[in-house]
Design a protein around this ligand. Structure first.
Ligand code: C2E
Ligand code: MG
Ligand code: MG
Length: 755
């Protein structure tokens, strides 16, 4: 299909071609030349016609003149015929009168019947003619004889006159036949005759050529012919013969005839052409400039459009998380603020859900960041399927996602959303060709009850998430008023924690461990307590996570090791001298490069053999930061310190680390022991773990033993050591020593009594 603007553009492009002004000029030039040629042609025809007129006029004048002169000669002849006795003098007078009247005669003669010229006027200039025989050749003789017989006059044709020059002689017979008395002849010079023709014209204007019977007879005219002269030839019908009169105009005459119009027309059109092509050139320049401006404008427009696209992309990038493709935290918060504004006007509720992936950090550390990133993308994809016009999903960073539900009528709507979120985690995530079951913990804050602006709502959803995590994973928690107070308390506690060490507020409690094989107690686990000035004695769960978050755990850990060593030193020389003390270390403490040196220094400072100290570590430590931790623990083991895996069985599923790490003791988690007598599977697991440990050459400690049947079962399963409330709760050292001194605790190996 034709495209009009395209066609127009093509036209403009063609008009802008540099050849266009030249073509226009050439067209005008051609027009000018054509017109000039036409006009010249027309005027040449005109000139030719004028020349023809002139020539015809001359020819008829010549014919007429000749006739008049012939008639005059005939008259003289007829008068002489009437009176043949006319004396010469009278004839002369008559002839002279004719000469007077017709000045072109060279001579008027009477020729006798023997063709001899007898009389003649004027005498001057014609002296040598008298007595001349006019029938000087056979042709003349015959012509004259014929004239005499017919009575008609005869014209000689152009002959060389005896007087000199060329001339024509008119012979009029005097009477006819036998009465003939000779001829009256009029000699006419051709030159005189022809000049007579030019008398009324400018003599220099024409050249006259007379031809008789094809032969040139006479030429009059004295000017230079230039180029290809024009001419016109007309017949001159004279009595008895025919001449041709050729008229050739002088260049001056031709010039006079010529019109200035062809030149003017030519020049005018040429000037017009020049002006038109110049105007076209100017127009072209203007159009070109205009086009250039349009092009520049278009380029600018394109650039602006490009920049706008880039800006849009930038805005999009600014609002989108590159990894997950979800909205980022900044955009989400802006959107949330906007949503809350609308919700305020419409008196509606809005729910904000903070989602944290359980055990993500551990997976990320153990399986690599690439794995972590891929898992996040997969989770993001599933969560993103929940998003619609009422639900916005964003990635907050780390392993946290944020979900906003805009139209909340009642709490059931939120519960429904939480159910949908939970469904997202029901099937395992396939990452790097392996299926991983992932769970998530959720914190929920609902506008307006849980906060009136986006920041407060977010903070409270965070608090709720924190509480949910505290309660264990794979659950959710709504923000409540009390949480805020607890959060304040937590913050206060964190502040107090900074002073606790300096104020010597920590204390170690000891929980004895009963050796089932020997029936003796010769090891204890040191468990920290915080003697808070206002809140009383706080368990580790109340402040160890805080200390880990704030980074104070390293100092606390150092204090614990020192305190344990101090206790071991204090027991020197007592019956507890051979006791082993187990201390707990968390993952953050292992990050400290100087950990091994610190422990060695502490042992050396109190001169304690390293094998009197045990270090308990949860499973996570063995799969986090493996290279570094393996190095730390190997060095620790080389020092002589025993290593125990705490809470075994609840952490990581792979047992490969048992092979790689220098572990001495395995502590079965309390959760397997609590129902060991009721649940067959717990008993089976415990037995399997004990067997596994023994096969690996490890000692087994069962934690959380609270009843005698539990102890008996563990004993029957071959468990090495038990620890739990059945033997003793964690107690201050004085109480421990007193209980041990009583010997009551050891008796439990055979028959249990509570402390
Ligand atoms: P853990 O190392 O597994 O310690 C055993 C915990 O189980 C202790 O709680 C103890 O009181 C409790 N327990 C022992 N027997 C029984 C029983 O028969 N029944 C019940 N229900 N519980 C029993 P505690 O003292 O509150 O310590 C909790 C956790 O805090 C410890 O678990 C340990 O992981 C951590 N912890 C304790 N002291 C320290 C420390 O000095 N440094 C570090 N980093 N963590 C510590
Ligand atoms: Mg422990
Ligand atoms: Mg434990």
């Amino acid at each position: 299909m034709e495209h009009p603007p395209y066609k127009f553009g093509l036209l403009v492009k063609r008009l802008l071609h540099p050849a266009v002004p030249v073509v226009i000029f050439l067209v005008f030039l051609a027009m000018a030349a054509g017109l000039r040629y036409g006009l010249i042609h027309q005027y040449t025809g005109q000139i030719q016609a004028n020349l023809e007129n002139e020539a015809r006029s001359m020819a008829s004048t010549l014919e007429w003149e000749f006739m008049v002169h012939t008639n005059a000669i005939e008259r003289i002849a007829s008068r002489l015929a009437i009176d043949p006795k006319t004396p010469e003098s009278e004839w002369r007078e008559d002839a002279l009168n004719h000469l007077e009247d017709f000045r072109i005669y060279q001579a008027i003669e009477w020729i006798d019947r023997d063709f001899i010229i007898r009389w003649l006027v004027p005498a001057a200039g014609n002296e040598n003619v008298l007595g001349f025989n006019a029938a000087f050749d056979q042709k003349r003789l015959m012509a004259l004889e014929a004239a005499r017989q017919s009575g008609n006059y005869d014209v000689s044709g152009v002959i060389e006159l005896r007087q000199g020059g060329k001339g024509v002689v008119i012979y009029a017979p005097v009477d006819t036949g036998p009465d003939n008395n000779g001829f009256v002849a009029g000699v006419v010079r051709v030159e005189t005759l022809v000049r007579q023709l030019l008398a009324s014209r400018e003599s220099a204007m024409f050249r006259i050529k007379i031809h008789s019977q094809g032969a040139p007879v006479y030429t009059l005219g004295d000017f230079e012919s230039t180029g290809d002269p024009i001419s016109y030839t007309v017949p001159v019908k004279l009595p008895t013969q025919e001449w041709q009169l050729t008229l050739e105009p002088s260049p001056a005459w031709v010039d006079k005839q010529r019109s200035p119009w062809p030149r003017w027309t030519f020049v005018t059109l040429l000037v017009m052409g020049l002006l038109t092509s110049l105007t076209t050139l100017l127009l072209q320049l203007m159009l070109k400039r205009n086009q250039d401006l349009l092009t520049t404008r278009r380029e600018l427009d394109e650039e602006i459009a490009q920049r706008k696209t880039i800006q849009k992309d930038l805005v999009r990038l600014e609002s989108t998380d590159v990894l997950t493709g979800l909205a980022n935290r900044r955009f989400f918060m802006e959107d949330l603020a906007h949503t809350l504004n609308i919700a305020d006007r419409q008196m509606r509720q809005v729910a904000l859900v903070m989602l944290d992936l359980d055990r993500f950090q551990m997976l990320n550390d153990s399986l690599g960041h690439q794995f972590g990133d891929e898992l996040l993308v997969k989770v993001a994809d599933r969560l993103n399927q929940l998003s619609n016009e009422c639900i916005t999903v964003a990635y907050s960073g780390g392993d946290e996602f944020m979900i906003c539900q805009q139209h909340v009528e009642d709490i059931d709507d939120v519960i429904h959303l939480l159910g949908l979120i939970k469904q997202c985690f029901e099937s395992p995530f396939v990452v790097q060709d392996e299926a991983h079951s992932i769970t998530s913990t959720l914190g929920v804050a609902v506008y307006p009850h849980s906060g009136l602006d986006a920041d407060i709502l977010l903070r409270n959803a965070d608090i709720a998430l924190y509480r949910a995590k505290e309660q264990g994973r794979n659950t959710y928690q709504f923000y409540t008023e009390g949480m805020q107070e607890r959060e304040v308390m937590r913050l206060e506690l964190e502040k107090d924690l900074s002073q606790a060490l300096a104020n010597n507020e920590f204390v170690l409690y000891y929980q004895p461990q009963l050796n089932l094989k020997s029936g003796e107690i010769n090891s204890v686990e040191a468990l920290i307590r915080w003697q808070h000035p206002r809140r009383g004695l706080l368990p580790p769960a109340a402040f160890i996570p805080l200390a880990e978050e704030s980074g104070r755990i390293a100092d606390i850990g150092r204090w614990v090791v020192m305190a344990a060593c101090r206790q071991l030193a204090a027991w020197k020389g007592t019956r507890f001298e051979s006791f082993t003390v187990a201390v707990n270390l968390c993952g953050r403490e292992l990050d400290d490069e100087n950990l091994v040196e610190r422990i060695r220094d502490a042992l050396e400072a109190k001169d304690i053999p390293a094998n009197r100290l045990e270090v308990e570590l949860t499973e996570e430590i063995f799969i986090q930061n493996i290279e570094h931790n393996l190095d730390q623990l190997t060095r620790l083991h080389e020092l002589g310190v025993h290593l125990a895996i705490d809470d075994f069985g609840v952490g990581y599923s792979s047992l490969a680390y048992l092979r790689d790490f220098p572990v001495d003791i395995l502590k079965i988690d309390r959760s397997f022991i609590t129902e060991i007598t009721e649940r067959h599977d717990d008993a089976v697991i415990t037995r399997a773990v004990i067997n596994l440990a023994h096969n690996l050459g490890l000692r087994v400690v069962a934690e959380g033993v609270e009843t005698q049947p539990q102890l008996d079962l563990l004993k029957s399963q071959g468990c090495d050591v038990v620890q739990g409330y059945l033997i003793s709760r964690p107690v201050p050292v004085a109480k421990l020593e007193k209980a041990l001194d009583s010997g009551a605790l050891e008796k439990l190996a055979t028959a249990g009594t509570d402390l």
